[in-house]
Design a protein around this ligand. Structure first.
Ligand code: SF4
Ligand code: SF4
Length: 245
């Protein structure tokens, strides 16, 4: 009997407490908004989505290096001497083609560390938050606007220019060696100190040739690394696409 009375009391108390709260809020100003018809004003310096003004990007990769979660992927191609890429709106001369600029917003932690080091202020947080997607791959945003043909052309031009520079260097080296040989021939009758000096000249030529070879090897290694990075990025993108299908 006592239990029944206690239960009845608890039941009515709960009903009246709940109804009391409901009645109180019925006459208060509503705090909910009818999204998406009504939208609240966003706070200043809100961090929502990254945007890149690719026309102002000089491909320095400072943003990529600053990112703690490695969600920025930038690929660049050196411009050739006859290419004029122009300037950014901040007056920085552009020397690199930016063939890839991807930001994976699914990985981004909105720290904004990539924004501050940018010398041309072209990477910014924008007030855009309606970009949810069913597939994580749809959260990878690409900002580079070069077509495959333009990329191919820029790569080919760079290779041709490097080849031309290599050829000229080789010719200059051969000319130097020829000159040294002629000098050595002319100095056949000279005294031993002269010969010693020729020997030194020969050593310098050999050192120069070895330096050229090192520079060539270095360039080759850089090109191979660039190609490998590009292939890895492509494979990763394709794998992601496949896994999303
Ligand atoms: S906001 Fe932070 S996590 Fe996101 S891309 Fe920039 S540096 Fe990386
Ligand atoms: S820091 Fe700025 S200019 Fe440099 S690569 Fe990033 S977005 Fe481009």
């Amino acid at each position: 009997m006592v239990k029944a009375l206690t239960d009845t009391y608890t039941t009515f108390k709960s009903i009246f407490t709940g109804m009391g709260i409901t009645m109180r809020h019925l006459f208060k100003r509503s705090v909910t908004v009818q999204y998406p018809e009504v939208r609240d004003k966003l706070p200043e310096r809100v961090r929502l989505k990254l945007h890149v003004n690719i026309d102002d990007c000089i491909g320095c990769r400072l943003c990529e290096r600053a990112c703690p979660v490695e969600c920025i992927d930038i690929g660049t191609i050196k411009s050739t001497d006859d290419d004029d890429l122009g300037e950014t709106s901040t007056g920085h001369k552009k020397k690199l083609w930016v063939d890839t600029f991807d930001i994976d917003m699914a990985k981004c932690c909105y720290c904004e560390l990539c924004v501050h080091p940018c010398p041309t202020d072209c990477i910014t947080m924008v007030e855009e938050y309606e970009y949810s997607a069913y597939d994580r791959n749809d959260l990878i945003f690409s900002f580079a606007d070069m077509t495959p043909e333009q990329i191919e052309r820029a790569n080919r031009k760079l290779e041709e220019e490097e080849e031309e520079k290599r050829r000229k260097k080789e010719e200059a080296r051969r000319a130097r060696e020829k000159k040294a040989a002629q000098k050595a021939e002319a100095g056949d009758d000279a005294t031993s100190p002269g010969n010693a000096s020729d020997d030194a000249g020969g050593t310098r030529t050999e050192a120069g040739a070895s330096g050229d070879a090192d520079a060539d090897a270095d360039r080759e290694a850089r090109r191979a690394a660039r190609e490998a990075r590009r292939a890895a990025r492509k494979a990763e993108r394709e794998a992601k696409k496949r896994s999303g299908e």
